[in-house]
Design a binder for this molecule. Sequence first.
Ligand SMILES: [Zn+2]
Length: 193
Amino acid sequence: MRWAALAFFVAAIMAAIVEPGISARPAAAVVAPITLALPDISPLMTDSLAIPVSGVRREALHSTFNEGRIGHIHHAIDILAPRGTPVIAAVDGRIRKLFTSGPGGLTIYETDPTDSIIYYYAHLDGYAAGIAEGVAVHRGDIIGYVGTTGNAPKNTPHLHFAVSTLPASKEWWKGEAVDPYPILMEHGVTMLR
Ligand SMILES: [Zn+2]
Protein backbone atom coordinates (compact mmCIF):
# COMPACT_ATOMS: atom_id res chain seq x y z
CA MET A 1 0.00 0.00 0.00
CA ARG A 2 2.78 2.36 0.95
CA TRP A 3 4.66 1.46 -2.26
CA ALA A 4 1.61 2.21 -4.31
CA ALA A 5 1.30 5.60 -2.67
CA LEU A 6 4.97 6.29 -3.26
CA ALA A 7 4.68 5.26 -6.90
CA PHE A 8 1.71 7.57 -7.31
CA PHE A 9 3.64 10.40 -5.68
CA VAL A 10 6.64 9.88 -8.00
CA ALA A 11 4.37 9.70 -11.04
CA ALA A 12 2.71 12.97 -10.01
CA ILE A 13 6.09 14.67 -9.70
CA MET A 14 7.20 13.31 -13.09
CA ALA A 15 4.01 14.59 -14.68
CA ALA A 16 4.58 18.02 -13.18
CA ILE A 17 8.13 18.08 -14.50
CA VAL A 18 7.28 16.79 -17.96
CA GLU A 19 4.13 18.85 -18.45
CA PRO A 20 5.68 22.27 -19.21
CA GLY A 21 7.91 20.79 -21.93
CA ILE A 22 4.97 19.10 -23.59
CA SER A 23 2.67 22.10 -23.37
CA ALA A 24 5.35 24.36 -24.86
CA ARG A 25 5.63 22.12 -27.90
CA PRO A 26 2.52 22.88 -30.06
CA ALA A 27 3.62 25.47 -32.61
CA ALA A 28 0.28 27.30 -32.60
CA ALA A 29 0.55 28.11 -28.90
CA VAL A 30 4.03 29.55 -29.37
CA VAL A 31 3.39 31.39 -32.61
CA ALA A 32 0.74 33.91 -31.57
CA PRO A 33 2.82 35.85 -29.01
CA ILE A 34 5.73 36.00 -31.49
CA THR A 35 3.46 37.60 -34.07
CA LEU A 36 2.27 40.21 -31.59
CA ALA A 37 5.83 40.99 -30.50
CA LEU A 38 7.07 41.77 -34.02
CA PRO A 39 8.87 45.09 -34.30
CA ASP A 40 6.82 47.77 -36.03
CA ILE A 41 8.82 49.03 -39.00
CA SER A 42 6.03 51.10 -40.54
CA PRO A 43 7.70 54.38 -39.44
CA LEU A 44 10.74 53.27 -41.44
CA MET A 45 8.74 52.61 -44.59
CA THR A 46 8.45 55.92 -46.37
CA ASP A 47 7.86 54.56 -49.85
CA SER A 48 6.30 51.66 -51.66
CA LEU A 49 8.42 48.62 -52.29
CA ALA A 50 8.61 46.24 -55.20
CA ILE A 51 7.17 42.77 -54.81
CA PRO A 52 10.59 41.15 -55.23
CA VAL A 53 9.79 38.74 -58.06
CA SER A 54 9.18 40.21 -61.51
CA GLY A 55 5.52 40.31 -62.50
CA VAL A 56 4.10 38.86 -59.27
CA ARG A 57 0.93 40.56 -58.03
CA ARG A 58 -0.29 41.02 -54.45
CA GLU A 59 -3.16 38.59 -55.01
CA ALA A 60 -0.65 35.79 -55.66
CA LEU A 61 1.02 36.20 -52.26
CA HIS A 62 0.32 33.94 -49.32
CA SER A 63 1.33 34.41 -45.72
CA THR A 64 3.87 31.75 -44.76
CA PHE A 65 5.60 33.64 -41.93
CA ASN A 66 4.38 31.44 -39.08
CA GLU A 67 4.56 28.11 -40.89
CA GLY A 68 6.65 25.43 -39.23
CA ARG A 69 9.89 24.49 -40.93
CA ILE A 70 12.31 21.82 -39.74
CA GLY A 71 13.60 23.07 -36.41
CA HIS A 72 12.28 26.61 -36.66
CA ILE A 73 9.45 28.96 -37.59
CA HIS A 74 9.66 30.15 -41.20
CA HIS A 75 9.78 33.94 -40.54
CA ALA A 76 9.72 34.81 -44.25
CA ILE A 77 7.46 34.67 -47.28
CA ASP A 78 7.88 32.16 -50.11
CA ILE A 79 6.99 33.57 -53.52
CA LEU A 80 6.51 30.88 -56.15
CA ALA A 81 7.71 31.56 -59.71
CA PRO A 82 9.26 29.62 -62.58
CA ARG A 83 13.00 28.99 -62.36
CA GLY A 84 14.95 31.90 -63.82
CA THR A 85 12.30 34.56 -63.17
CA PRO A 86 14.09 37.82 -62.28
CA VAL A 87 14.37 38.62 -58.58
CA ILE A 88 14.26 42.38 -58.11
CA ALA A 89 15.39 44.71 -55.34
CA ALA A 90 12.43 45.51 -53.11
CA VAL A 91 13.81 48.94 -52.26
CA ASP A 92 16.58 51.37 -53.08
CA GLY A 93 19.58 50.24 -51.09
CA ARG A 94 22.92 48.55 -51.07
CA ILE A 95 24.05 44.94 -51.44
CA ARG A 96 25.39 44.31 -47.98
CA LYS A 97 26.36 40.65 -48.27
CA LEU A 98 26.36 37.82 -50.80
CA PHE A 99 26.26 34.61 -48.82
CA THR A 100 25.96 30.91 -49.58
CA SER A 101 24.38 28.83 -46.82
CA GLY A 102 23.11 25.27 -46.50
CA PRO A 103 19.44 26.19 -46.02
CA GLY A 104 19.36 29.39 -48.07
CA GLY A 105 21.63 28.43 -50.95
CA LEU A 106 22.68 31.52 -52.90
CA THR A 107 21.46 34.52 -50.92
CA ILE A 108 21.56 38.31 -50.94
CA TYR A 109 21.34 40.63 -47.94
CA GLU A 110 20.32 44.15 -48.99
CA THR A 111 20.13 47.10 -46.61
CA ASP A 112 17.91 50.14 -47.07
CA PRO A 113 19.58 53.58 -47.42
CA THR A 114 19.22 54.32 -43.70
CA ASP A 115 20.86 51.00 -42.80
CA SER A 116 17.85 50.15 -40.59
CA ILE A 117 16.27 47.22 -42.40
CA ILE A 118 17.67 44.09 -44.02
CA TYR A 119 15.98 42.52 -47.06
CA TYR A 120 16.99 38.90 -47.58
CA TYR A 121 16.60 36.93 -50.80
CA ALA A 122 17.32 33.18 -50.81
CA HIS A 123 17.32 30.01 -52.97
CA LEU A 124 18.58 32.06 -55.94
CA ASP A 125 19.50 30.27 -59.15
CA GLY A 126 22.21 32.88 -59.66
CA TYR A 127 23.16 36.50 -59.16
CA ALA A 128 22.51 39.15 -61.79
CA ALA A 129 25.49 40.57 -63.64
CA GLY A 130 27.17 43.34 -61.69
CA ILE A 131 25.75 42.35 -58.31
CA ALA A 132 28.51 42.45 -55.70
CA GLU A 133 28.89 43.46 -52.08
CA GLY A 134 28.73 47.22 -51.64
CA VAL A 135 26.92 47.88 -54.93
CA ALA A 136 24.04 50.38 -54.78
CA VAL A 137 20.77 49.13 -56.26
CA HIS A 138 17.44 50.77 -57.03
CA ARG A 139 14.00 49.43 -56.38
CA GLY A 140 13.13 47.12 -59.27
CA ASP A 141 16.73 46.40 -60.36
CA ILE A 142 17.31 42.75 -61.24
CA ILE A 143 19.59 41.31 -58.57
CA GLY A 144 19.22 37.56 -59.18
CA TYR A 145 17.01 34.78 -60.45
CA VAL A 146 14.48 32.45 -58.83
CA GLY A 147 15.85 28.98 -58.17
CA THR A 148 16.03 26.11 -55.72
CA THR A 149 19.53 26.38 -54.21
CA GLY A 150 19.86 25.42 -50.54
CA ASN A 151 17.04 23.34 -49.08
CA ALA A 152 14.26 24.39 -51.50
CA PRO A 153 12.43 21.44 -53.10
CA LYS A 154 13.96 20.94 -56.57
CA ASN A 155 10.52 20.95 -58.22
CA THR A 156 9.30 24.10 -56.42
CA PRO A 157 11.37 27.10 -57.47
CA HIS A 158 10.58 30.09 -55.27
CA LEU A 159 12.04 33.17 -53.69
CA HIS A 160 12.37 33.01 -49.91
CA PHE A 161 12.10 36.67 -48.91
CA ALA A 162 12.63 37.92 -45.37
CA VAL A 163 12.65 41.37 -43.80
CA SER A 164 14.33 42.16 -40.51
CA THR A 165 15.35 45.17 -38.50
CA LEU A 166 19.07 45.68 -38.05
CA PRO A 167 20.45 45.82 -34.52
CA ALA A 168 22.40 48.89 -33.44
CA SER A 169 25.59 46.93 -34.12
CA LYS A 170 24.50 46.71 -37.82
CA GLU A 171 25.51 43.05 -37.99
CA TRP A 172 23.68 41.76 -41.07
CA TRP A 173 23.10 38.27 -39.66
CA LYS A 174 21.47 39.45 -36.41
CA GLY A 175 18.28 41.09 -37.67
CA GLU A 176 14.94 40.70 -35.92
CA ALA A 177 12.35 39.21 -38.27
CA VAL A 178 9.33 41.19 -39.44
CA ASP A 179 6.46 39.58 -41.38
CA PRO A 180 6.88 40.67 -45.04
CA TYR A 181 3.34 39.64 -46.01
CA PRO A 182 1.36 42.58 -44.57
CA ILE A 183 4.09 44.96 -45.73
CA LEU A 184 3.87 43.68 -49.30
CA MET A 185 0.06 43.65 -49.20
CA GLU A 186 0.01 47.30 -48.11
CA HIS A 187 3.05 48.79 -49.86
CA GLY A 188 3.97 46.24 -52.56
CA VAL A 189 3.88 47.14 -56.24
CA THR A 190 4.18 44.78 -59.19
CA MET A 191 7.12 45.45 -61.47
CA LEU A 192 7.76 43.54 -64.70
CA ARG A 193 11.42 43.05 -65.59
ZN1 LIG B 1 11.03 30.03 -47.31
